[in-house]
Design a protein around this ligand. Structure first.
Ligand code: GLY
Length: 402
């Protein structure tokens, strides 16, 4: 069995190398010219939608498409509000075009009030993707202040007894202290705040949250649960379940992607080998999974019944590609493998999941799945698929420069 697995793994590696050698390399210039044009179209679509719905003026950020194909705009409070500004910053970074800088600033600064949002854990997604990228590229002192306040707001949701940041406040009749795997993503903002302020409480909260997640969210095979509900008095895990996946014991694809991404930067930030070991387990689960399609764009849940006749999730693929490209720089023993996997994902996304120019209201990618159990956002574009696609392309370009 072991020998068989080794041969299978080597064959797969060989296949990835062949694909990488013979496929047209993903040229950033080609894809970036597409993104540039598609996002100019997106800006027009946003404006059109805003004028159509004057009463909904606080809905500003493109999130997805509605079932009737219309553009879905969301308000600054929405958990996805930071992704479009973040994509604009990546576009500016890659083109150096001041038009994109102005757009990135415009959409970022609409989010300013969210620095005080303590209503959920998503302030990390919202502010680090927008203001975080903005600060990285401009070093604006004001952006720095906003980000430090955002990190402080996020820490208000930390309970030392549980050792985690509380993800959600709803469903109180069922959950005492829900923590979702997605929450790992918000820790990156805390590491940033630690570096900028030297206040070690940001660092300690991030490590505490990650350690508790490491202990309770994972199964022996490297996959993770979506939601762990903690007892708020004892701090023990009391429920292990899903909210957005197929079932409590299934492996929701985007959850696995968030886990891979989160533990990758945990290793980058701490150098603690246990996080690196976890990334290897997660990657093995994802990429050796019998239900992973050959194009490496996963179905929405690895255990969804009726695979392959179920929706895919390009957003999970984008997050995985971006995580792998960073992991490739950190895990020297797997650099080749992780780069090849990431390149293969990006090739698939570019070839088969990219919108046609002037379609899909300006989104870059098609075929993501947001919340299938609620019948919401199935097989549609999603702004976070586009954001992590842009991030992955940028990381790919930077990795090849090294
Ligand atoms: N963080 C929510 C989601 O991944 O759908």
């Amino acid at each position: 069995m072991n020998r068989f697995r080794k041969i299978a793994a080597l064959t797969f590696l060989f296949y990835l190398i062949i694909i990488s050698c013979f496929s047209k390399p993903l040229t950033n210039s080609g894809i970036l010219s597409f993104v540039d044009k598609q996002y100019r179209f997106a800006l027009k679509e946003i404006e059109k939608k805003q004028t159509e719905h004057k009463c909904l003026t606080n809905k500003i950020f493109p999130r997805s498409l509605m079932p009737n194909g219309e553009l879905m705009l969301v308000a600054p409070e929405d958990w996805t509000s930071g992704f479009f500004p973040g994509s604009l910053w990546y576009l500016y970074e890659n083109t150096n075009d001041l038009f994109w800088k102005r757009q990135a600033i415009k959409y970022t600064e609409i989010l300013e009030s969210q620095q005080f949002n303590t209503g959920n854990h998503d302030v990390g997604f919202m502010m680090y993707c927008s203001y975080g990228n903005g600060y990285r590229l401009t070093k604006s002192a004001h952006y720095k202040e906003v980000l430090i306040q955002s990190a402080t707001s996020l820490c208000k949701r930390f309970n030392p007894k549980v050792g985690c940041i509380r993800s959600w406040d709803f469903n109180k009749e069922k959950w005492q202290y829900p923590v979702i795997i997605d929450n790992m993503m918000n820790l990156e903002l805390l590491f940033w705040a630690f570096h900028e302020t030297k206040d070690s409480s940001f660092y300690k909260i991030a490590v505490s949250h990650a350690d508790k997640t490491l202990r309770n969210h994972f199964r022996d095979n490297g996959s993770c649960y979506h939601v762990i509900d903690y007892d708020s008095i004892t701090g023990n895990a009391r429920l292990k379940m899903t909210y957005q996946g197929y079932s409590d014991e299934s492996s929701w694809a985007r959850g696995q992607a968030w886990a891979l991404y989160g533990f990758t930067f945990m290793y980058r930030e701490t150098g603690d080998k246990k996080y690196l070991d976890q990334t290897e387990k997660i990657a093995n689960f994802i990429f050796n999974n019998k239900n992973m399609p050959t194009d490496l764009v996963p179905f929405w849940d690895f255990d969804a019944p009726k695979i392959p006749n179920v929706p895919k999730d390009a957003s999970a693929a984008s997050v995985m590609a971006s995580a792998l490209l960073e992991l490739a720089t950190l895990d020297q023993s797997n650099t080749l493998k992780y780069n090849l996997l990431a390149n293969k994902i990006l090739l698939s996304l570019e070839k088969d999941y990219k919108s046609k120019l002037g379609e899909n209201r300006g989104f870059l990618l098609k075929q993501s799945t947001g919340f299938l159990p609620w019948g919401a956002e199935i097989n549609v574009p999603l702004n976070y698929a586009d954001y992590y696609f842009m991030e992955a392309l940028t990381r790919q370009k930077n990795n090849t420069k090294k």
